[in-house]
Ligand binder design. Structure first.
Ligand SMILES: Cc1ncc(COP(=O)(O)O)c(C=O)c1O
Length: 409
């Protein structure tokens, strides 16, 4: 099992980011963990080996990355997978037919797709709940509830779940509390401090941070849970390849530096957007006008670079998406370069239109992933993109529509 090196845990975040999980290579002292491009390991004699038998089970490059992220999350065991979805799929193999999972209703579209279009057919059931309201989570608990899964802030509406409150509900229900921490990264939010049992990421995003690989990672604290997950990781085999693990390991070395700049740029861009379109159209947990800003401050130490903006119509969204240049029009997020996207037709296209409408993922909603470029260039780009945008009407606000929609739930 890939367990953190305990002495890594006494270092501060930036030091862990650079060193945790890594030791000079025993052969030559290489300071960078080598990419162990091997599928198998030669054994000294029958039953005598160095702890490595076959690379699906263990790979030293992958192990270094797993230990690194486990240390960043303040967890104990890390498990790296071929993608964020591969990671979630393997996590779901902790459960079985007949089990029930409560899932935040506004999650990454692919999470919903995996549950609704694949795992349901294996006899698992899912309830989608607005986890901003802890009482609704408690009401959704059934005798066979085995997990509560949340993403906070959510993709793309930046809703916040009270980790402490939902963690308490999960413990009472005897269910695992699983948190997708992709949007915050462990630099800004560490869900284990609020009672999570499993924290996972799409490493494709902030952890790797350079948009040059796809990956996922899960971290747990409990040894018995780790043993079950290790069994699944090897049995199901959706493991991260050594080169992807190495890229992500190089990425996490600068996580703290990048996150500070994502956050600084995110705040500048959010303030600028508020001036252009009004606070009620800008979704960013760092804004004092965000309805859950106080809760966000309680469990996050910064807010990163993810911002969504309601522009009311697809035409206005297309106007901005078509004119931005430094913000490239592309799916994904969390890289050093800024991206801009249209959740309804891109990341959340797999969510049925009626559910999108109820959640507030409208055709006028755009999502920005602020990179770490110079903030002035980002603002200049947005000024160009927003120039001559058809006038926005008085806001019969999406937040009001959303409030009405959720009151009608
Ligand atoms: C919050 C979140 N979780 C999970 C995933 C899935 O990760 P991957 O694309 O690496 O499979 C994504 C992808 O966009 C995401 O945004």
């Amino acid at each position: 099992m890939t367990r953190v090196f305990d002495d890594d845990l006494s270092a501060g975040f930036g030091t862990r980011a650079i060193h945790a999980g890594q030791r000079p290579d025993p052969l030559a002292g290489a300071i960078m963990t080598p990419v162990y491009l091997t599928s198998t390991y030669v054994q000294d004699a029958l039953g005598e080996h160095k702890g490595y038998e076959y690379a699906r089970g263990k790979n030293p490059t992958r192990e270094a990355f797993e230990r690194n992220v486990a240390a960043l999350e303040n967890g104990r065991h890390g498990f790296a997978f071929a993608s964020g979805m591969g990671c979630l799929d393997s996590l779901m193999k902790l459960f079985r037919s007949g089990d029930h999972v409560i899932c935040a209703e506004n999650v990454y579209g692919g999470t919903f797709r995996l549950f609704d279009r694949v795992l349901q057919h294996f006899g698992m059931s899912f309830s989608y709940v607005d986890t901003r309201y802890a009482d609704r989570v408690a009401d959704a608990v059934r005798p066979n509830t085995r997990a509560i899964l949340v993403e906070t802030p959510t993709n793309p509406l930046m809703r916040i779940t009270d980790l402490d409150a939902v963690g308490t509900i999960a413990r009472k229900a005897g269910a695992l509390f699983i948190v997708d921490n992709t949007f915050s990264s462990p630099y800004f939010q560490r869900p284990f401090e609020f009672g999570a049992d499993v924290v996972y990421h799409s490493t494709t995003k902030y952890l790797n941070g350079h948009s040059d690989m796809i990956g996922g990672v899960a971290v747990v604290k409990d040894d018995e849970l780790a043993a079950r997950l290790q069994f699944i990781q090897n049995a199901a085999g959706a493991v991260a390849g050594p080169f992807d693990a190495w890229l992500a390991l190089r990425g996490t070395k600068t996580l703290h530096l990048r996150m500070r700049q994502h956050d600084a740029n995110g705040r500048r861009v959010a303030d600028w957007l508020v001036e252009q379109v009004g606070a009620e159209r800008v979704f960013y947990a760092g804004l004092s006008t965000h309805p859950q800003h106080e809760l966000a401050k309680k469990q996050m130490s910064g807010f990163g670079g993810m911002i969504s903006v309601e522009l009311d119509t697809r035409e206005r969204a297309a106007h901005v998406l078509g004119r931005a240049k430094v913000f490239s029009l592309a799916e994904s997020l969390g890289g050093v370069e800024s991206l801009i996207s249209h959740p309804a037709s891109m990341t959340h296209a797999s969510v049925p239109p009626e559910i999108r409408a109820r959640l507030g993922i409208t055709d006028g909603l755009i999502r920005l992933s602020c990179g770490v470029e110079e903030p002035e260039d980002l603002l200049e780009d947005l000024e160009r993109a927003f120039a001559e945008i058809p006038a926005l009407g008085r806001r019969e606000s999406a937040s009001k529509r959303r409030a009405e929609a959720s009151a009608a739930d």
